[in-house]
Design a protein around this ligand. Structure first.
Ligand code: HEM
Length: 261
């Protein structure tokens, strides 16, 4: 087969034959929603599509994150802010999408849930990638069951890359500051740009925590206190993740800030 631009088959890139459908690979995309239930449960279609949509957004987020991280480390902050604006807007969509999933009732979910075992969001490599590129400690991931062995290698490779948290700490260091100086960043007018970055990063933590909270709330609404298909304690496990923050020092700095009376 003759290949054209970007390794696409020639007819797919030739302006004479290029269409919306060939460019976006719509037929391929629409062939990917295969229900496991028999006869097919109505809501399994929603369940598959919503997860696939999440995975596509995770793909874009991790793609943007690598560029944002580099821009932060190199102090190109206006460029970093543009990327963060995009990622924060996507987070908003991720949180809102849970409302769509909640149009499914627990009884409708139970019609196909048994077929999913032992598949689980636990195994979303892209979600783990996002957490690690944000700043989660790779050591926390050893305990995860259900990860394919080759994914463990991939996560270890990711762990060696600079994370957004790592870039933030690097930038502070370049400016002669450390996380112990964050209160000063908020008080010193000369450090305004850095303060704007801190506000973006605290929103970043806030948005992902919001997603975690909406997810566990939805999980409890669907399955109560049942165990997860991935083998965890379900809502009990998910509630334990609500405290996770990538920039805890930014939150701690609030406690240290002085109140005027
Ligand atoms: C009916 C809908 C859903 C239910 C009942 C559900 C349930 C669960 C449960 C119980 C867990 C804990 C791990 C386990 O034992 O399986 C989990 C983890 C997870 N789920 Fe869902 N989930 C649902 C929808 C979604 C959607 C739409 C996404 C989007 C990608 C998602 C992403 C995740 C992720 C990333 C984790 C890992 C979280 C972590 O370890 O911090 N889930 N889910």
């Amino acid at each position: 087969m003759e290949l054209g631009k970007g390794g696409f088959p020639k007819e797919a890139t030739d302006p004479k034959t290029l269409t919306y459908n060939t460019y976006l690979k719509v037929p391929e995309l629409l062939s990917l929603q295969k229900r496991l239930s028999e006869p097919p449960a109505h809501d399994e279609f929603l369940f598959i599509i919503i997860h696939q949509v999440y995975e596509l957004w995770f793909r874009l987020i991790t793609f943007e994150l690598e560029v944002i991280t580099k821009n932060v480390a190199d102090k190109r902050l206006p460029d970093a802010f543009r990327g963060l604006d995009r990622v924060l807007e996507i987070f908003g969509v991720l949180v809102q999408q849970i409302d769509v999933l909640e149009t499914m009732s627990p009884t409708d979910f139970n019609k196909f849930r048994g077929k999913l075992n032992p598949a689980s969001g636990f195994q979303s490599l892209q979600f783990r990638t996002f957490e690690i590129l944000s700043g989660a400690d790779i050591a926390d991931y050893d305990k995860f069951s259900g990860l394919e062995p080759e994914w463990k290698d991939e996560l270890a490779t990711l762990g060696a890359k600079m994370s957004l948290r790592g870039a933030f700490l690097t930038l502070l260091k370049k400016e002669g500051l450390s996380t112990a100086d964050l209160k000063r960043v908020y008080e010193d007018e000369k450090l305004q740009l850095l303060r704007t970055l801190c506000e973006y990063l605290i929103r970043y933590d806030e948005q992902i925590q919001l997603w975690r909270f909406r997810h566990v709330q939805m999980v409890e609404r669907m399955i109560g206190m049942k165990m997860g298909t991935g083998g965890s304690l379900g809502a009990t496990y998910l509630r334990s993740t609500l405290k996770k923050r990538f920039f805890p020092e930014l939150w701690d700095a609030r406690t240290e800030m002085e109140t005027s009376y």
